[in-house]
Design a binder for this molecule. Structure first.
Ligand code: FE2
Length: 155
């Protein structure tokens, strides 16, 4: 989970570097980030939605705000993937030699994307990951000692 967040933050750094350098661009860097952005986000989101969020909800079922937080994070995943696809198209065009026709608009798009992604990651890191990790750890422990003596203290 934490590695997935680090990967997303690394992509944010690259996008910020591109935004800071406008109107000049490193075309190779544009191609590299364009090739990673959507697949990395999709893989991270799939893992969070299949493993992390359900674990968080199992551990926090008694808190009514938990389900609302997860619904909001799922919506943000969709929004981020849509924005990532738009950015990917632009960065591929620029990477393949296209002109940066409107550096201000591109800079605004890049900044809106990585600011939103950083806020999303910070929220998950502070409020979701610690609870989900605890639940997953306890469940793994209980699976491991099923059939054993069951004296792990969690079971
Ligand atoms: Fe997420």
């Amino acid at each position: 989970m934490r590695t997935a967040h680090q990967t997303k933050l690394r992509l944010c750094e690259t996008l910020e570097h591109i935004a800071d350098g406008l109107p000049a661009v490193d075309r190779l860097q544009c191609l590299q980030v364009a090739s990673e952005l959507t697949p990395v986000l999709r893989d991270c989101h799939r893992y969070e939605e299949d493993v992390v969020f359900p674990a968080f909800l199992r551990g926090r079922a008694e808190h009514p705000s938990s389900a609302a937080s997860i619904r909001r994070l799922r919506v943000e995943h969709v929004e981020d993937e849509c924005a990532a696809q738009d950015l990917t198209e632009l960065l591929l065009t620029i990477g393949h030699g296209g002109a940066v026709e409107n550096p201000e608009a591109l800079g605004f798009m890049l900044r809106a994307f990585f600011h939103a992604l950083r806020r999303h990651v910070a929220f998950e890191h502070e409020h979701i990951v610690p609870f989900a990790a605890e639940v997953l750890e306890e469940e793994a422990c209980c699976e491991a000692c099923a059939g054993g003596d069951g004296n792990c203290g969690n079971c």
